[in-house]
Design a binder for this molecule. Structure first.
Ligand code: UN1
Length: 490
């Protein structure tokens, strides 16, 4: 069995306290790797190392930094299949989705590399003669990145690549359920020529290692994707020394299906949005708000199609739904299914833990007769559970869609162009899809949410470098005399 160490100051080293943790395949419960658990001291060394590397890396011209990213993107492409298989083995998502996850990492790496020849600032006229005004983007410094297990390479790449192209140096902590893809990503960047100490990797528990990152005063910004609870804690801690924070937290994403929708299209969208990645996406469609006129037929056909989904080991190309990540998640999902029943919702399909299989498998679950105030309609479950909620018209559907504390993704199925545009205006979410499910963002557009989903930042797209840069405003006065703004303006 493979053992993996921490990557600090350009060396793979053991954790200073010698502690390790184990990494399991959630489909078979086989032990696949042993990893080192970073101590507080290791995090400190990682931050010191990143600080030492900052001067040289931040003064390397961005197009030169980009060359390394272009090389990394090509290596990712060459290793796509192997990385996808490793991901399915470690995390459980089905192979075609694992390939998509790697592809998302490839896409953001090329995109961020392209930013090396942009990193645009602005120029604008001065109010005074012989004076020139502009802005430039500067890196923040040492940045801490804390990533979740549901996108084991895409989300690390969403953060690492824009942070690197912007000239920052990094302390990176991947989820303890899925460290292997992050280790491969670090190796790929090293193979691509990333200078020593620019990227430091510390593995271990969220609370201990993530906590040490958040509390380290040399780390000037933290980018975190994970739970609302942890996000709130990070924001509070970061306030102490005015760290910059970007948070990508939960979702309770609705699909609205209007009475004029293409029903087959909407059903396919719900199946993919709710049960893709076994429902373990921040963007998963965990509420399906259906116009009351079509609800009975919609429900019947959705049940029929849900029954056809194949559950099993994601390495089997015929499987649609892999296991969930670990036993804690499995029990949490099973508990929510009980809560739904206790609240009076009807479990019309699935929801049973699959016993003969060794891994963490649960049937995709469909609830009907759900009211918007029920816990299963309010709280993020992060599993293959979705709720059918009835709405009498468009306005009621929007009201229900907005009745949760989160606001990440959303969707409407309709042929009515007015309702489509109104949905974009009215749904409180960072993303709205028309006639497509709530999952499937593309990396060249901003990704993020409103309300408790985050703190207003956006990842990917043109906003990716905003997250990791400071704007510097510069004034050049070439008049040779003292000119006073607001006073000598004629
Ligand atoms: C997440 O679930 O945290 O749109 C990210 C999507 C993917 C990204 C999801 N491109 O579902």
């Amino acid at each position: 069995m493979q053992e993996y160490k921490l990557f600090i100051d350009g060396e793979w080293i053991e954790s200073s306290n010698g502690e390790t943790f184990d990494d399991f395949n959630p489909a078979t419960l086989e032990l696949i790797a042993r990893l080192h658990k970073a101590s507080e001291d290791d995090v400190r060394r990682a931050a010191d190392s990143a600080e030492d590397a900052f001067d040289a890396w931040s003064s390397t011209p961005a197009p030169r930094r980009a060359k390394i990213l272009f090389r990394a993107a090509r290596i990712l492409e060459e290793r796509k299949e192997e990385l996808a298989r490793l991901m399915t083995t470690e995390m459980g998502k089905v192979l075609k989705e694992a390939r998509g996850d790697v592809q998302e990492a490839i896409d953001i790496t090329y995109y961020a590399a392209g930013e090396g020849r942009r990193l645009l600032g602005e120029t604008t006229p001065s109010e005074l003669p012989d004076k020139f005004c502009l802005t430039v983007r500067r890196p923040i410094g040492v940045v801490g990145l804390i990533t979740p297990w549901n996108f084991p390479i895409a989300i690390p790449a969403w953060k690492i690549m824009p942070a690197l192209i912007s000239g920052n140096t990094l302390v990176f902590k991947p989820a303890s359920d899925t460290p292997l893809l992050s280790i491969e990503l670090v190796k790929i960047l090293t193979d691509a020529g990333l200078p020593r100490s620019v990227l430091n990797l510390v593995t271990g528990e969220g609370s201990a290692v993530g906590g040490a990152i958040v509390k380290n005063r040399k780390i000037r910004a933290v980018s975190f994707t994970g739970s609302l609870e942890t996000g709130k804690w990070i924001l509070g801690e970061a306030a102490r020394d005015m760290k910059r924070v970007s948070l990508e937290l939960g979702g309770k994403n609705p699909i609205i299906v209007m009475d004029d929708a293409d029903m087959d299209l909407a059903i396919d969208g719900v199946l993919w949005g709710a049960f893709g990645t076994t429902g373990q996406r921040c963007t998963a469609a965990s509420r399906v708000i259906v116009h009351e006129k079509i609800l009975p037929l919609f429900q019947k056909r959705l049940i029929e199609k849900t029954e056809l989904l194949n559950i099993g080991n994601g390495l089997d190309e015929n499987v649609d739904i892999g296991p969930v990540i670990n036993n804690t998640q499995l029990q949490k999902i099973a508990r929510y299914i009980e809560i739904g029943k206790e609240e009076g919702a009807k479990l019309v399909q699935g929801g049973k833990i699959i016993k003969p299989l060794p891994g963490y498998f649960i049937e995709p679950a469909l609830f009907s007769d759900v009211t918007p105030d029920m816990r299963i309609a309010q709280e993020e479950i992060f599993g293959p559970v979705t709720s059918l909620i009835s709405a009498c018209d468009f306005d009621e559907a929007i009201k229900i869609a907005n009745s949760v504390e989160y606001g990440l993704s959303s969707s409407i199925y309709t042929k009515n162009i007015t309702n489509a545009f109104r949905a974009i205006e009215k749904i409180e979410a960072g993303i709205t899809y028309i006639n497509a499910p709530t999952i499937g963002s593309e990396i060249h557009l901003p990704f993020g949410g409103v309300k408790s989903t985050g703190n207003g930042t956006r990842e990917a797209g043109t906003t990716a470098v905003e997250e990791f840069t400071e704007l510097k405003t510069a004034y050049f006065d070439y008049s040779g005399k003292l000119q006073k703004a607001q006073i000598d303006t004629g």
